[in-house]
Design a protein around this ligand. Structure first.
Ligand SMILES: [Fe+2]
Length: 147
């Protein structure tokens, strides 16, 4: 799928549902911030964590850079650090997934979230009804290009 990031947009901190995640920058720059899994449940239990997530690294992803993450490497948040420029990123998930977990940075508490799309195959999807999502709040230019 392809994601378009408005100025200052950011994803929640999330896992990847035992999937492999590749991300390539097509335009602009994003920042990836990585975190360890919550200590108390190591990601396997729900609602148990109550400790701030440990941030273990941060990197800038510039044009044409590719990054990779899977659940054994921890969690991450992706954000557009620019207040003037958008960014576009291409994401490949293998296998694909419909739900993941998002995490509260302050408490480590996790919640299930559905992957949502603005459009599929060029056609706008009906309005998103879930309050929590693995994907960021996005502009109207976001288009899924593969499934
Ligand atoms: Fe991700």
């Amino acid at each position: 799928m392809m994601l378009c990031w408005g100025e200052g947009h950011a994803s929640p901190i999330h896992d990847h549902a035992d999937s492999h995640c590749f991300m390539k920058m097509l335009e602009g720059t994003l920042r990836e911030v990585r975190f360890d899994w919550p200590k108390e449940n190591d990601g396997s239990a729900t609602d148990a964590a109550c400790e701030q997530l440990n941030q273990k690294g941060s990197s800038l992803l510039e044009l044409n850079k590719v990054c990779y993450i899977n659940d054994s490497m921890g969690l991450h948040r992706v954000e557009n650090p620019s207040h003037v420029d958008g960014a576009v990123s291409l994401h490949l998930y293998s296998p694909p997934y419909d739900t993941c977990h998002i995490f509260n940075q302050q408490t480590g508490k996790k919640a299930e979230a559905k992957v949502t799309f603005w459009s599929r195959y060029g056609a706008k999807v009906s309005p998103v009804t879930t309050p929590e999502s693995c994907t960021p709040v996005v502009n109207s230019c976001c288009t899924e290009i593969t499934e």
